[in-house]
Design a protein around this ligand. Structure first.
Ligand code: ADP
Ligand code: MG
Length: 378
């Protein structure tokens, strides 16, 4: 999706007033009637008509009819503008550069703030796929309130920012969080390549142990990434990994924590085998290696991203990905369509089979994972 920051400059204050009125009206109207826009914007009816026509022409809102009346709907481009406007007022986004990533559910741009330093803007676009294909199946968790995509994308951004903040503050290798508004997150630009694009590394064993250490360290802090794969690990030139993409993180107290943990571990094992022909008998296991020592999961909840938010987002992600028959994300997200993610803790997943042939020597060694693996490799 294009993001034309220049248009911000050409938009009048009253256009924004009307766009904001439509955003506010969307909170409890699926289709916002013109009379409500007039009321919320405190502008005259004639003037509102003109601004609405302008916003439709710029494709920031769309006209939609129900059986009862015709009104307006916010579309992603309009929501983008509101977020950009807010962040440009704060000085965190002053100009928009190239798009560097397009996922099924996000758009990533290099942008610059008032200080002209390059940073990354991630626009969350939850439901882009499913709502387009299936129309609005039902309005998730907020009957007659904001369109699901707006609400869910905002939750996803809020979550990503909250986790990034806590992880960064505790010295984890993640981008520094800079700003968040609506469905957008601004973060440090990491000058690195996704592991996915790397054909060879000097010491695969060393990198493998760094990554397994990271998974275990996260879990000791009460967290599981949930999508720990070659797309979400950036590798700097000096060989150090940086972890990105946090909307699916879960607490180690989650009912399916073991499943998510083992899946993250498995992802790395599979990738290393395939890409670097590197295999190790040593890998962490949730039951054996995870002893929670810190409670970052609790700190995230305290930061404003509540347990209820987490539950809503999780349910949405699980349902949408399960429904997304043709969905093969470039991000390996298809793994998320597994039914076992949707609810309940009674599923047995493939990973749990591994536990049967686990030996306890492994766990003793894995407490010193990095050294141990290096020793075995050399
Ligand atoms: P998605 O949810 O769509 O997978 P990600 O957060 O994983 O989004 O980002 C997608 C891609 O954008 C990454 O694989 C990476 O190439 C790039 N990217 C994301 N964040 C950054 C960053 N902070 N610095 C540099 N590149 C980034
Ligand atoms: Mg990703």
């Amino acid at each position: 999706m294009k993001l034309d920051a220049k248009a911000l400059r050409y938009m009048s204050g009253d256009d924004f007033r009307v766009l904001t009125a439509i955003e506010v009206g969307s909170r409890n109207h699926d289709i916002v009637p013109e009379s409500l826009v007039v009321q919320l914007s405190h502008l005259r009816g004639g003037s509102v008509k003109k601004h609405i026509a302008d916003l439709i022409k710029r494709k920031l809102i769309a006209t939609e009819s129900s059986s009862k009346y015709t009104g307006f709907k916010m579309v992603y481009a309009g929501y983008d503008y509101l977020a950009l406007k807010t962040m440009s007022k704060r000085g965190t986004v002053a100009s928009v550069g190239n798009q560097i990533g397009v996922g099924k559910e996000s758009d990533i741009f290099v942008v610059a703030g008032d200080d002209e330093k390059e940073v990354v803007l991630k626009l969350h676009r939850l439901g882009r796929q499913s709502f387009r294909n299936v129309k609005q199946k039902r309005d998730y968790f907020r009957p007659n309130q904001s369109p699901s995509w707006m609400y869910m994308s905002r939750l996803s951004a809020k979550k990503e920012y909250a986790f990034m903040r806590v992880l960064h503050d505790h010295g984890f290798p993640v981008p520094a969080p800079i700003d968040q508004n609506r469905h957008c997150v601004v973060m440090e630009f990491i000058d690195a390549f996704p592991l996915r694009q790397i054909d060879a590394v000097a010491e695969p064993g060393r990198l493998y142990s760094l990554l397994m250490d990271l998974i275990v360290r996260l879990a000791k802090h009460g967290l599981i990434h949930g999508d720990f794969n070659e797309f979400n690990i950036l590798l700097r030139e000096d060989g150090s990994p940086v972890l990105i993409d946090f909307p699916q993180m879960v607490s180690t107290s989650h009912i399916n924590a073991e499943y998510y943990f083992n899946r993250d571990v498995d992802c790395i094992r599979t990738f290393f085998k395939r890409r670097f022909n590197y295999e190790s008998v040593l890998y962490p296991k949730f039951a054996l290696d995870v002893h929670k020592e810190f409670d970052l999961d609790v700190q995230v909840a305290a930061s404003g991203f509540t347990k209820k938010d987490q539950a809503s987002l999780e349910q949405f992600m699980a349902e949408n990905r399960a429904d997304d028959e043709d969905g093969h994300s470039s991000d390996g997200d298809d793994r998320l369509s597994d039914d076992s993610l949707s609810d309940g803790g009674d599923d047995k997943d493939d990973n749990s089979k591994d536990d049967d042939d686990s030996d306890s020597d492994c766990s003793v060694e894995l407490d010193r994972l990095g050294n141990t693996i290096r020793r075995h490799q050399s």
